[in-house]
Design a protein around this ligand. Sequence first.
Ligand code: HEM
Length: 375
Amino acid sequence: MKSHHHSSLVFSAIILVYFVILAGGIVRISGAGLGCPDWPRCFGRWIPPTDISQIPPHINTGDFNFRLAWTEYINRLAGVISGFVIFGIFLFLVKNYCEKWKMALTVVLLGLISLVLLLFFYIAKINFLIPVILSIILFLILQEGYYLFKYSFRKITVPFFVALLLMGYQGWLGSRVVSLELKPIIVSMHFYFALILVAFLVYSWVHIRQKNNDSFRVESQSHSKNFRRWTLLLFFLSVLQIFGGTKAREALEILYPSREDSSIINLFTENIGRVEVHKYGAFIFSLSIVIFFLYTRKIVGRNSFLYKTVFWILIITLLQHFTGVILYYLAFPAFGQVMHLLFSSVLFVFLFLLVVLNYEPNHPHRQYLSSSATD
Ligand code: HEM
């Protein structure tokens, strides 16, 4: 495989995670979160039942709904398959971007096996001594792993490895979402960690492109330190706005976990406070993005990578705002909810990408910035 295709592999990992986020959004909207009451199995089976007669006797058949069980199962399957594919891509990256890669792969595999065993024995509380011994082994492996990664292109391999660990963590958090019966704060945590995971993949992606001279083409234009500060500020504003959005959703969910039981409109009026804060926050955020776009248009050429990125950030922000208004005024149509969730995560990643491009000391774009900064 040609080296510049390596970045496409990392990019496909990012797309896969987006599919999982989308699947999670669909599960939430369709009310299928508890479609499988147990985890990791579904009604005690690895493949969900297609008929009520297939449910084992010790499980309550009353909760069975074919559509919900299969929706949740497909979501889990998407998570597991992506996890394996991302693991495969990670092994590929170690082989190509790590000196002494055979040793590195052995350390990674041993480390992961001990981690899984450690978690298994700890959760199952089978024996007190085994987790302690496994922790010591894991510590030794990690120490060895540190030296190996030190001699790799660590801005590629390390963030990807962290994303892989987060993928495992997300699997576990998914089980908590089920066992805690969709507790709103845990659902939000699941979403926050998905965003952090994607951020690590994006960081790795930027560096693999840079390493293979497949860097982002940024034409020479005059822009300043102000631009960098803007990107950071807008990134933090987006984080605040996303946090506020999840708090608004939690407020709407806390009182009436089951939407069939109550009118969504009542719920909305009773929790208007958080939603209003989110609405006014959105106004400030979207306005800042529009100003930022006009500023960018003034200082960089229309064909530049920066201009195009900021243009897309503007478009996604407007779509995000539009879907928010639809949710607010049209009593939460399901499609609007999924899109609002998806656009927010795309917006986060685009702004994160902009920050990385502007603050990475070795990136060609950043080199240009430092040599041409005017203020
Ligand atoms: C433009 C920037 C915006 C961002 C980044 C943003 C982000 C978010 C996020 C991340 C959520 C949580 C979604 C979930 O967990 O399912 C959310 C929920 C929500 N947002 Fe926004 N939002 C924005 C604009 C707006 C606007 C302009 C409105 C209304 C005028 C709005 C109304 C809502 C409502 C009502 C919810 C709760 C939806 C639910 O219960 O499913 N948002 N927002």
